[in-house]
Design a binder for this molecule. Structure first.
Ligand code: CTP
Length: 399
């Protein structure tokens, strides 16, 4: 166990996890805070342990995970020590029940007792069914918390566990982490930056119903946009056709073709300080686009004549001046050789070289294994979630 030592200067966040299906997202919050050099201790309600086991948090934090009031025989006033040790208490997810307990001062388990006892600032991230969120009791309880200076992040709107698409969804972990860091007085790594990100595939029409496209999900670019926003940047996300939801807090420009993506990117780049081209742009488009659906009977369609699309990354790099432009290279073979060639050919500052032949790094996966390639050398990064990788890329991009 790597518990706090006298030389540990990191701020401590006490993460209170309550009984909600979104409890699994608290694991991501732990990881993201640790990456920003924050010590995280976890306190769970009994109900929360029905959704995620304490062992998961123990493994992630290397700290004891508190659950019951009388679990620690060595510390009979555990709630007081936990309450006093924290620089900030984060309740995520916060159910309607714990919010009601906080508002009324009920202290009937370790979690609610600690919340009542703590002198630390409290940040609450509510998550519940929309009806519970809008209920008069919850409204009044939230007003009470607000009046007492308790900070709140979210909830957002989206798909809820009950099947509704409505308000009540736990705020994005990036947003929760950004608010936590802000409350800890941390400066945001990308404050003052204006970041342009291209993401997703492009669709190049053949006729009104058919197109040439690719398997890109846009997840990496979307993760970059969310992370850049969380780090304090103003973000424009130029997003090709994808079913993935765009993050909140960023300007999203939806496009379909490479030409539309190029126009949107060039226009947003005029005002940007950093550009990251994560899109899988079609290299070719059909030369002729039929204005009606092509029929089998019309004539045999053996050949579709193609013409090259404009290279957006190269276009932005040529205009960049002192600004930073980062590209991606998705390769199935001779990864670093191709990445170095792309760095030189496109004139950008760095290439994120991605081996898409690996199952854990391919289109649509949630993880990526990449190398950071610049004129100064090549750095191998470990296999990371796209969310974690987004922060790694951004921190290198602003250096
Ligand atoms: N890119 C772009 N515009 C294009 C093609 C690619 O902006 N028309 C960008 C991508 O967003 C990525 C980088 O260029 O950042 C490399 O894309 P990739 O598809 O890997 O390489 P290509 O240049 O298309 O070369 P090839 O397909 O031969 O590997």
């Amino acid at each position: 166990m790597s518990e706090r030592t006298a030389s540990d200067e990191r701020p401590t966040v006490l993460l209170c996890v309550t009984g909600c299906i979104a409890a699994y997202k608290s694991c991501e919050i732990v990881r993201l805070l640790q990456k920003r050099d924050v010590r995280v201790k976890v306190l769970m309600s009994e109900h929360a342990t029905k959704f995620v086991g304490p062992t998961t948090f123990r493994a992630l934090t290397h700290e004891k995970v508190a659950v019951g009031l009388f679990d620690d025989p060595e510390d009979p006033i555990h709630h007081i020590s936990l309450a006093q040790e924290a620089d900030l208490v984060l309740v995520a997810p916060a159910t309607a029940n714990v919010i009601a307990k906080m508002a009324t001062g009920i202290a009937d388990d370790l979690l609610s007792t600690t919340l009542l006892a703590t002198p630390a600032p409290i940040l609450v991230a509510p998550a519940m069914n929309a009806g519970m969120w809008r209920a008069a009791a919850t409204r009044e309880n939230m007003e009470t918390l607000h009046r007492r200076g308790v900070a709140v992040v979210g909830p957002g709107s989206g798909y809820l566990a009950c099947g509704d698409v409505d308000e009540g969804r736990l705020a994005d972990p990036d947003e929760i982490v950004a608010r936590t860091l802000e409350m800890l007085g941390r400066t945001s790594a990308l404050a003052g930056e204006r970041v342009l990100i291209t993401a997703g595939p492009t669709y190049e029409p053949i006729d009104p119903v058919r197109f040439i496209g690719n398997r890109s999900s846009g997840k990496m670019g979307i993760a970059l946009a969310a992370a850049a926003h969380a780090e304090g940047a103003e973000v424009t996300l130029v997003l090709g056709p994808t079913a993935e939801p765009a993050p909140s807090g960023v300007t999203v420009v939806r496009v379909e073709t490479a030409a539309e993506m190029r126009d949107a990117a060039v226009s947003a780049f005029a005002d940007a300080t950093i550009a990251i081209c994560a899109a899988a742009v079609a290299d070719y488009r059909p030369l002729m686009v039929s204005d009606h659906k092509l029929k089998k009977s019309e004539q045999p369609l053996n050949v579709i004549e193609l013409t090259e699309t404009e290279d957006i990354l190269a276009t932005l790099s040529a205009e960049k001046g002192a600004r930073r432009v980062i590209g991606f290279a998705a390769e199935t073979d001779r990864l670093l050789e191709h990445a170095c060639a792309k760095l030189a050919a496109k004139g950008c500052d760095a290439i994120v070289a991605n081996d898409v032949s690996r199952a854990d790094s391919t289109f649509g996966s949630d993880t990526n294994k990449v190398w950071w390639v610049t004129a100064g050398g090549t750095e191998e990064l470990p296999l990371l979630s796209k969310r974690e990788l987004a922060y790694e890329i951004l921190h290198r991009a602003v250096r």
